[in-house]
Design a protein around this ligand. Structure first.
Ligand code: CAA
Length: 384
């Protein structure tokens, strides 16, 4: 790849690759079967600096750029997509939101424990009836003396059962529509924060996805993240970086699929020749490699814009849309090349195929990415 990486970026990529392949990969299939949360991996990732990558070292983070983050996350996803999504939501959305919207006290309290991986972050925006349209959320936050009282239900919350802190959005002033939504930092164990039903999913089995129920959940006034009414902005800004994370996750899983397909076709003969000698399959693998490279570059481009301090909303959506759709094509092709074996859990491609399916759905569906991209190109349109 000709995208010029610095010595430091290459070193982080190598460190993540070594850790992912030596430590995470050997147990990924087992975790897929048992659904065991990768707590050990995440603890070690905290020690290596992967749990607060873009947080400055003054708050306990690794203080590296978004490009390095993307490179590391891609490597983790190559080994285990479940571990990668926890890393992504934690770094991209939670740490970044505290860093950019938190006051000094919140940053000093939350970031050091988040950066060690001791306190993992979750992000609760989605509700049962409000997925793509989060401004229609119904969870409320009502001021009562020195506290906010939160009531409502959040849906499909990644790491909701294992997080130490959840960033929750809630309507604090109904009359102001999305400008009346605020964000709160709610520690796990706060009375009234109830972990509800865990979803039985097609993939990402080792990452918990739960409902979070808030029943008269009281948090102090100081738990508000950002200003009153800034919660929608907190969420949208967090999702910009989150979408780069999902793009990186897609690239990692796709690369794993291609590597599996190459290894398999080089080892299996049919009609007296290796599968890897059939031109039909060779060309398909060439196309897969091109698509992965294009996705990787879109992802690095969005990360570079973030590093330059430029707006990168559209580029993050482009990377997320293209890479998440790409990995589903690539995983399908890789599975097909494995024939019947690809459909069986004996080969990792079966897990990759299931894991990849959600990438075009969470952190904004492919349809929402097209809305974001077209709005950035054309403006919001006249039918609002
Ligand atoms: N950064 C900062 N602010 C932003 C922003 C961004 N990227 N995008 C929009 N905003 C602000 C706008 O400036 C505007 O603010 P003002 O009115 O104060 O000027 C406000 O947000 C509303 O903007 P829009 O009118 O564009 O908003 P909209 O209601 O039309 O919605 C949307 C836009 C893109 C459709 C948005 O609702 C959206 O992204 N929907 C998808 C939600 C989503 O991705 N959910 C995923 C759930 S999280 C998840 O999956 C995590 C997980 O656990 C894995």
């Amino acid at each position: 790849m000709a995208f010029v990486l610095s010595e430091e970026q290459l070193m982080i990529q190598t460190m993540a690759r070594d850790f992912a392949r030596e430590v995470i990969l050997p147990t990924a299939a087992e975790r897929d079967r048992t659904h065991e949360f990768p707590a050990d991996n995440l603890r070690q990732m905290g020690e290596l600096g992967f749990m607060g990558m873009m947080v400055p070292d003054t708050y306990g983070g690794a203080g590296v750029d978004a490009v390095s983050y993307v490179l590391a996350l891609t490597e983790i996803a190559y080994a285990c997509a479940s571990t990668a999504v926890v890393m992504s939501v934690h770094n991209s959305i939670c740490c970044e939101s505290v860093l950019y919207f938190g006051n000094e006290e919140q940053k000093r309290f939350w970031l050091p424990q988040m950066c060690t991986g001791e306190c993992i972050g979750a992000f609760a925006l989605t509700e049962p009836h409000a997925g793509s349209d989060p401004s229609s959320q119904r969870t409320t936050a009502v001021a009562d003396g020195d506290e906010w009282v939160i009531n409502g239900t959040k849906q499909f919350i990644t790491t909701g059962a294992n997080a130490g802190v959840t960033i929750v959005t809630a309507v604090s002033d109904r009359s102001k529509r999305h400008r009346g939504i605020s964000a709160f930092l709610v520690p796990t164990g706060t009375p009234g924060l109830i972990v509800g039903k865990a979803e039985e999913k097609l993939g990402l089995k080792a990452s918990d996805t739960v409902q979070l129920i808030f029943e008269d959940c009281r948090v102090p006034r100081e738990a508000m993240l950002g200003k009153p009414g800034e919660g929608f902005k907190v969420a949208m800004a967090g999702l910009d970086c989150g979408r780069i994370g999902i793009a990186a996750q897609s690239v990692g899983v796709a690369q794993a699929c291609l590597d599996e397909a190459m290894a398999y076709t080089k080892g299996r003969e049919q009609f007296g020749q290796l599968l890897s000698d059939f031109q039909g399959l060779r060309w398909r693998m060439a196309e897969m490699a091109c698509e992965i490279e294009a996705s990787r570059l879109l992802c690095l481009n969005a990360a570079s814009l973030k590093d330059l301090g430029r707006r990168y909303t559209m580029e993050a959506s482009m990377a997320k849309m293209f890479a998440s759709e790409m990995v589903n094509r690539v995983a399908g092709q890789a599975l097909q090349m494995h024939g019947g074996y690809g459909y069986c859990s004996e080969y990792p491609v079966e897990r990759h195929y299931r894991d990849a399916r959600v990438f075009t759905i969470y952190e904004g569906t492919s349809e929402i990415q097209r809305v974001v991209i077209s709005n950035n190109l054309l403006g919001p349109g006249t039918r609002r």
